[in-house]
Design a protein around this ligand. Structure first.
Ligand code: ADP
Length: 612
């Protein structure tokens, strides 16, 4: 029975030196060596195996072989060839000081090339006498012959049926390695392969656990974070750290511009992509994913034509996954690694799950942002509407007060009947009632404009009469002079008389309102193009700053200057004007100089006077 209290076996330390070395410095010959040391070598191999088994990391395993293999397999140099994940290429690594400087060290070869490739493919050892300068030599023989290697032994690194690479020994001896050496090298290689394979599996399990923890942790953060930029940043940072990718980027798709743009970036080269980086949707791996909505796994970027060469030179593999909300592709998660075949199926699955969650989280954060914005807009609209109601009720009150006063004066009359005075009072009542009527019409048209229900009755409009009708409804003060000139060549336009009256009246009311120091107010109508007429209202008032003149015509928009703020208004008049002018197929604009005055102009279609 296993003794639970025994604990792990004591870790062996160094093995060598063994009696392979001779004090006279003479090289042993193979037969002599075999006779002398067969059992000793087996014993040494057993000790090396213990060391290999006790190693905690891949580096420790390689360190043991590097230090100890010479005691069991005589060699001037030792090297290792390891298959990559794709099992199509192998990389050479040094296991002895004499190989460290070899041009073969750290080189990568396709499995179809080189003697180690042959050994891995055939899963059987190979011994070779190396003849310098022979044309039949492959690259390994060629390179190894340079430092004086004359015999080469390669054994496969096998665990069961799986070959993960090859172990190579080079000797200056002319004699090829004897069978005993081959057998011992194979035993050593198989110990090494098992240990390396377990290490890979252990690493894999560790990585999986970390990834599952990441998904848990991140999904918690994602569903609880509504701050979009923090959310994106946390996502890329966590992914990079957990998966050890050297670069992670998140890009959003701008369908309108046909581009993708960077929104979060974590990586060794964090400065490489500038903030605000944009690229066409058709470019590169990322662009392809954004356009097609499918993930793209590039195991070796050198073999992928869609890979953009200007991205990191260190990038060897890339995985880009679309982020979707429903059917809409809203972004791309892009991860890059500096090794080929860096991503396996589990990486892809885990990152796909994350992208699904990211999609939902991004949508939530965006909705929350929109909600915040529309809330702020609603609050602002609410304030503007209250302002507007205040102004409208004030506008209604003053003609009403005049009507009441005139009526009361008529009723109170007790003296002789003065027809002229009575007529004057009655005129006040009629004028003010007409004003009220127009005011009610204007207020109503705002609601109708908003709901798109304002109806127009197009006719031929006499411009001179239109302007004078409108001016009659404006309270000019003694500080203002009013002039009107209509070019007889364009005396008529096509339009809705009542609506156009409203436009001119609004512009004139503004001209008076925004010229508190008085001045002249001129209205002109003249030809604009062959079939258009322009009506302009000019004042000598406070003017409008150039940078604000564009937004004047928007609903509730008011100028933000000290002098303008002092004057009460709703910010609706010009919006109504623009809507009415647009419905006539015309345009409205302003030219203005601060403190000098403004000219508002709008165009209408010309018309001929009706016959008869
Ligand atoms: P209101 O005058 O009720 O605020 P309007 O839509 O008529 O709304 O005008 C919008 C803004 O444009 C005004 O608040 C004012 O700042 C500016 N404005 C309009 N007409 C003039 C003008 N003739 N001179 C200077 N500023 C003007």
């Amino acid at each position: 029975m296993k003794n639970e209290l025994a604990g792990p076996p004591a870790r062996p330390t160094e093995v060598g030196p063994r009696p392979l070395e001779r004090s006279d410095g003479r090289t042993e010959d193979a037969g002599e060596r075999a006779a002398v040391s067969e059992s000793t070598r087996l014993h040494t191999l057993h000790e090396i195996s213990l060391l290999i088994n006790a190693a905690q990391t891949r580096e420790e395993i390689l360190g043991v072989v590097r230090r100890e293999s010479k005691w069991v397999v005589p060699a001037e140099l030792t090297f290792l060839c390891l298959l990559d994940k794709s099992r199509t290429r192998y990389t050479v690594g040094s296991l002895s000081a004499s190989f460290d400087e070899s041009p073969l060290n750290e080189q990568e070869f396709p499995l179809s090339e080189g003697l180690p490739g042959l050994v891995i493919r055939n899963q059987s050892p190979l011994m070779r006498r190396v003849t310098p300068g022979s044309t039949a030599n492959d690259v390994f023989e060629e390179e190894l012959s340079r430092p004086g290697i004359r015999a080469l032994l390669l054994v496969p690194l096998r665990t069961g049926d799986l070959t993960i690479g090859a172990l190579g020994f080079g000797s200056g001896h002319l004699n090829v390695y004897p069978e005993q050496d081959v057998a011992i090298a194979q035993m050593l290689a198989s110990q090494m392969a098992i240990a390396l394979q377990s290490m890979t599996m252990l690493d894999d399990v560790k990585r999986r656990i970390a990834q599952i923890e990441l998904v848990n942790e991140l999904s918690g953060t994602l569903t609880s974070t509504l701050d979009l930029s923090q959310l994106l940043h946390t996502a890329v940072e966590t992914i990079r750290k957990t998966f050890s990718y050297f670069d992670v980027t998140l890009l959003f798709v701008d369908q309108h511009a046909g581009e993708v743009y960077l929104v979060a970036h974590a990586g060794v080269h964090a400065d490489f992509l500038p903030a605000g980086y944009r690229q066409k949707i058709s470019d590169g791996v990322i662009g392809w994913v954004a356009a097609h909505g499918q993930l793209l796994l590039v195991n070796d970027v050198r073999e992928e034509p869609r890979f953009l060469a200007y991205t990191y030179r260190a990038t060897r593999s890339e995985l880009a996954i679309p982020i979707k909300v429903g059917q809409e592709i809203i972004g791309v998660l892009n991860v890059e690694a500096d090794a080929v075949h860096a991503f396996d199926e589990t990486d892809v699955t885990v990152l796909e799950i994350l992208c699904d969650q990211l999609g939902v989280a991004i949508k939530n954060a965006q909705l929350y942002d929109e909600l915040k914005k529309s809330n702020a807009k609603l609050t602002e609209l609410d304030r503007m509407k209250s302002d507007f109601l205040g102004i409208v009720s004030h506008d209604f009150r003053s003609p009403l007060a005049s009507i009441v006063l005139a009526g009361q004066a008529l009723l109170r009359r007790s003296g002789p009947f003065d027809q002229q005075r009575v007529n004057e009072y009655l005129q006040v009542i009629v004028d003010q009632a007409t004003r009220l009527n127009y005011l009610a019409e204007d207020t109503l048209s705002i609601a109708k404009l908003e709901s798109g229900q304002l109806s127009y009755h197009f006719n031929i409009v006499n411009l001179d009469r239109l302007i004078r009708d409108a001016a009659a409804l404006v309270n000019f003060t003694g500080r203002h002079t009013f002039e009107c000139s209509v070019d007889p060549a364009v005396a008529f336009a096509r339009g809705d008389q009542a609506k156009l009256r409203q436009v001119v009246q609004n512009l004139l009311t503004n001209a008076v309102k925004y010229s508190p120091r008085g001045g002249s107010i001129r209205v002109r109508a003249k030809a604009y193009t062959e079939d258009q007429v322009v009506v302009s209202v000019q004042d000598e008032g406070i003017g409008i700053p150039a940078d604000q003149s564009d937004r004047l015509f928007r609903k509730f928009s008011r100028i933000n200057t000290e002098s303008a703020r002092e004057i009460k208004g709703s910010g609706l008049g010009l919006w109504i004007c623009r809507e009415i002018v647009r419905a006539h197929g015309g345009t409205i604009w302003v030219e203005s100089t601060e403190e000098k005055g403004s000219t508002f102009s709008f165009t209408l279609k010309k018309a001929e006077a009706e016959q008869g």
